[in-house]
Design a protein around this ligand. Structure first.
Ligand SMILES: [Zn+2]
Length: 69
């Protein structure tokens, strides 16, 4: 008999909040990207704009984009 895990754990949609800080400048992060290797980086709007082309060139995937909030 397999015990089911708490379904609320599976539904945890993460959002960036004030404790998430840009990996470049420690401003509040609004974008999270993931690389092929599975590592993720978070960005403020300023630095995401600066690195967006390089990130997409490396195949990074946007996990969270809260720039409109
Ligand atoms: Zn930044």
């Amino acid at each position: 008999m397999v015990a089911f895990t708490d379904p609320t754990l599976e539904l945890d949609v993460r959002l960036l909040d004030a404790s998430d800080r840009c990996d470049r400048c420690s401003a509040r992060a609004v974008v999270e990207t993931a690389m092929h290797g599975g590592s993720s980086l978070v960005w403020c709007g300023h630095h995401y704009g600066q690195f967006a082309d390089a990130l997409s060139g490396m195949g990074a995937v946007i996990l969270i984009d809260q720039r409109e909030l």
